[in-house]
Design a protein around this ligand. Structure first.
Ligand code: IPD
Ligand code: CA
Ligand code: CA
Length: 273
């Protein structure tokens, strides 16, 4: 494992790469865009590709021996190999692509570095609001260089919850059903359209709770470390600590997290629909 100095240098790479991509995406944000469908209702814009190239170029120039798993180039096929290896960069060039394409200002760039399958460095950049969320394993989480922590709220009834549903025809309806079922037990429910940003908002106490049932490694790798280093829990719906391979997340402070998972309908709906 690397020294703290090495990790800090990797974080500089992550933030430089995220900033470079953010600049590209921001520059063409208001221009007409070309959208390609890569799956049913699943889009990719020219900006996703340009951002991905910029991020990969920076990483490869500085760390040529490290491997890369990136949403638009990598795909799930590379996952097994990627999480087992030494150093792997896990990239979501734009999280919240549908928001980006619709000019809704909630999207971000996500860059994580995993060592032997565990995220050790994370950078999430929101160029619209000029917010850079970062974390180093064991070193806390920051927003624009200042330490952040999850909310101190202990009453689920007073909490602001958020979720997103993804695009899986079997799993996604379950998220909506859970949202409907927990609505009477929380203050409000929100759906931002960028899972990565929403998890970072849990880390900054803007949102008290976030859940999702169908995420990919590039959605979870960076944000998971940021929320954990901010004092939150990130687990699956069985309460098992999230990893890069977890396809689901419940992120909150420990008290709200427990109150949410103790609702019997939550686990039942997550598992059975
Ligand atoms: C999506 C967003 C969305 C979540 C989807 C993801 P993308 O990522 O994080 O909030 O619900 O499951 O695929 O496609 O915009 O990078
Ligand atoms: Ca994503
Ligand atoms: Ca994406």
């Amino acid at each position: 494992m690397s020294s703290n100095g090495e990790l800090a240098a990797f974080l500089v790479t992550a933030t430089d790469a995220a900033r470079a991509a953010g600049k590209i995406a921001r520059e063409v944000y208001h221009q007409p865009r070309q959208i390609r469908f890569k799956g049913h209702k699943d889009i990719v814009t020219e900006a996703d590709i340009a951002c991905e190239t910029a991020i990969i170029d920076i990483i490869q120039a500085r760390h040529p021996s490290h491997r890369i798993l990136s949403e638009e180039r990598g795909g799930v096929a590379a996952l097994t190999e990627a999480v087992g290896g030494d150093y792997v960069w896990i990239i979501d060039p734009i999280d919240g692509t549908h928001n980006y394409a619709a000019q809704l200002p909630y999207w971000c760039i996500s860059v994580a570095l995993a060592h032997e399958g565990e995220t050790v460095v994370a950078a999430v950049y929101d160029p619209i609001h000029e917010e850079m969320f970062t974390a180093l394993k064991g070193g806390g989480a920051k927003l624009n260089g200042a330490p952040i922590s999850v909310s101190e709220r202990t009453d689920l009834d007073d909490s602001l919850a958020a979720c997103d549903i993804g695009y899986d025809e079997i799993i996604s309806p379950r998220s909506l059903k859970i949202a409907q079922e927990v609505r009477p037990y929380v203050r409000r429910v929100r759906m931002l359209g960028s899972a990565v940003l929403a998890i970072c908002y849990v880390a900054t106490a803007r949102i008290d709770l976030f859940f999702h049932l169908h995420l990919m490694p590039w959605d979870i790798a960076a944000a998971m470390l940021i929320v954990k280093e901010a004092g939150g829990l990130a687990t699956d719906f069985d309460g098992k600590d999230s990893t890069i391979k977890s396809m689901e997340i419940v992120a909150a402070n420990p008290v709200i997290h427990a109150s949410f998972l103790e609702l019997p309908q939550v686990n039942r709906t997550a598992r059975q629909g």
